[in-house]
Design a protein around this ligand. Structure first.
Ligand code: PLP
Length: 369
């Protein structure tokens, strides 16, 4: 039993029958991509499910981030204040748009951008803030809005971890000028690969529609330098199937996360992130922080669990600002808290089919280190 490997995540899937039945009409239509029937249907259903005013479906979360930044038409080299405690995609999207990332430190209690430090980083070249609701920990959206309004900055949330989440009764994608979701196979809800931008200003709908289709406006007019970021019909159908089961998947994750929490919060040296009140969670991740009072370092615990067949992940280590492609290219000082979190964090396995006794086994291994 103990030798069964447990990975950090495992994709939820509809039954084989449900999916194959749902893709059968594609053999009649032969319409496999280019904003087909299922693309439209999924876009509509997700807009409703996420409770957002507008939504544009994309081939993946990363292209969603790249294209919404492009759609905002910032001048080349302009500065975007962001967090280094995230998946590399957030920083890549800024740099690939020829913008300059300005890294802001994060808060120890939840790992989100430290809103009290944003204003000191604003210069005349700042055009936007790109915060991340990391692990589904919601940023201080009220204060970020206040700063953005005062300095006339755009706010683009990397909301890749917050599928279906609500804050103060509103879909999380309603905050900021835009929010980007990822529907990658490892996320709470997936379309194999996929993503979306949620926004309220309708003008972005047409802009994103064009940008994700090579900038083609009409048969003979290409007005922008676009990309190919269209979601294909097989992925859209996977999304439609998964959407039917996502509530159940989240409920299952909730039970597992609550089990972890009950036991792990009692262990000396293991710290859990704080969760804001008034948030409907999705239980996508279960990060722990291995602090000094714990008998092992984070790396030692990671190694020990690995030897027992339990594969955790050091998400998010190293900081994106410390990665070889960015190191020494941008301002990366004063990231004290982000660096500490990156060195202490370990994400434990959570997925729909993870069994409760597997969670118990993981807890036991952490308890007796
Ligand atoms: C998954 C993820 C992305 C990228 O999404 P893809 O759909 O894999 O392209 C971006 N940001 C964060 C924080 C993510 O976790």
């Amino acid at each position: 039993m103990d030798s069964e490997k447990i990975f950090v995540t495992r994709s939820s899937m509809p039954s084989y029958e449900e999916y194959t039945e749902a893709i059968r009409p594609l053999w009649d239509s032969h319409w496999l991509t280019n904003m087909g029937q299922y693309h439209q249907e999924l876009e509509q259903k997700l807009k409703e499910y996420l409770g957002v005013p507008e939504l544009s479906l994309m081939v993946n979360g990363h292209m969603a981030l790249e294209l919404i930044l492009q759609a905002m038409d910032f001048p080349e080299g302009a500065e975007v204040i962001t967090t280094p405690f995230t998946f590399i995609s957030s920083t890549h999207a800024i740099v690939r748009n020829h913008l300059t990332p300005v890294f802001c430190d994060v808060k120890p209690e939840d790992g989100t951008i430290d809103e009290t430090k944003i204003e000191t980083l604003i210069t005349e070249n700042t055009v936007a803030i790109l915060p991340v609701h990391v692990y589904g920990n919601i940023c201080n959206v009220e204060e970020i809005k206040r700063i953005a309004d005062q300095y006339r900055l755009k706010v683009i949330y990397d909301a890749a971890h917050t599928f279906g989440m609500k804050y103060k009764g509103k879909g999380i994608g309603c905050y900021g000028d835009a929010s980007v979701f990822s529907f990658h196979a490892t996320k709470v809800f997936h379309t194999i690969e996929g993503g979306a931008v949620a926004f309220s200003d309708h003008k972005f709908f047409d802009k994103l529609y064009n940008l994700k289709n090579f900038g083609i406006r009409s048969e003979e007019l290409v007005a922008e330098v676009g990309a190919n970021a269209k979601m294909n019909e097989f992925c859209a159908v996977m999304g439609l199937c998964n959407l039917r089961h996502v509530e159940q998947a989240i409920l299952r994750r909730k039970i597992l996360c609550e089990e972890y929490e009950t036991h792990l919060k009692r262990i000396r040296g293991i710290r859990l992130f704080e969760r804001k009140p008034d948030v409907l969670q999705n239980y996508g991740y279960f990060p722990i922080l291995v602090e000094e009072e714990y008998p092992l370092s984070r790396d030692e615990l990671y190694q020990k669990l690995k030897e027992q067949g339990i594969y955790t992940r050091k998400y998010f280590y190293p900081l994106t600002s410390d990665q070889a492609c960015f190191k020494n290219r941008y301002q990366d000082k004063k990231l004290t808290c982000a660096r500490t979190l990156a060195e202490q964090v370990l994400v434990l396995p959570v997925y729909e089919e993870l069994k409760k006794d597997e969670v118990t086994r993981i807890i036991k291994k952490i308890e007796i280190s």
